[in-house]
Design a protein around this ligand. Sequence first.
Ligand code: ADP
Length: 353
Amino acid sequence: MSVIVEQLTKRFTTGGTPAVSDVSFHAPSGAITTLLGPSGAGKSTLLRLIAGLELPDSGSVRIEGIDCTHLPVQQRGIGVVFQSYALFKHMTVRQNIAFGLETRRLPRADVEARVDEMLRLIQLEDLGKRYPTQLSGGQRQRVAFARALAIRPKLLLLDEPFGALDSRVRVELREWLHSLHEQTGVTTLLVTHDQEEALEISQHVVVLSEGRVAQAGPPEDIYDRPATPFVASFVGGTSVLRGHVRSGRAEVGTLVVQAPNSAREGEAVHAFVRPHDIKLAKPPQGTSEPVTGRVERLKSVGGYVKVLLKLPTGETVTVEVPRSEFENLGVVEGDRVHADVRTATVFLGDFAI
Ligand code: ADP
């Protein structure tokens, strides 16, 4: 039950920049695959092409081995959930869930049994008679999932399904979707711009940038081994520092990181440093030894403290220090500090980001 997309291209204006450009990827059977990228990267267009809501200029979509590129939406065997709850307001929860089944002219008893099953699956057994306006945002979105799943789709397509919800409900529903997927095992494609959501929920991630695939692979690969500067900067809240190779190491401002093996002396580098991969230390009082930088700003964010470190080059680096470590560190704004980079992703060459 996999999805194979090959060389898909879609332009909305003749001769214009394609919204989706020569995109190929494979969404494995039974897994959640995320299409991750910033706004305008082409994620929704790609999902709509797979759903059959848009037609491609070229390329193909295969679902379960069947070429669906030119099949109408209804014949693709898919369920779709959008960001805005596209529930029918004049219908109860039960009627909403039954909708797709009734258009397929199933016997009444089968429809009722399937709706009951779906209500149990989304844990809203007692709310079947309510109307969408009588539900919370999270509950409405669960009904939208039940409606999409009722028809036993081969493929579930989710376009920013939690985008309209507040952050607490978002996180709750993310976990809920994880267990829902464990129960149903349906092959799922999820569009999101939220890298945390993508890394947490999916087994496979396709990162998109300007209509193209920047990298595809398991979440750990995307996070630990970003293939391009774009992926390195988009995933993980990194700071980007410029510098040069000196004696086999990359010197970026007052920080030193490991250079790639192929680095040549004097070559330009960009280092992408994650906020939790930097260790700060306060120099002993009264010493005037050189330091890495100065603490420009401190901001406590829940369980950690965000430190904005200003380097002598004028560049700033964001560092995240767990609250317990921060108390031992004992720094205040304006302090001069040492900083050690535990690990960084380094790309050779001079380029714009
Ligand atoms: P994303 O989902 O990653 O935010 P979209 O797929 O919505 O990106 O959009 C990709 C590009 O295609 C954007 O430049 C957007 O303006 C353009 N686009 C999307 N839909 C249409 C449309 N119906 N008509 C014209 N341009 C569109």
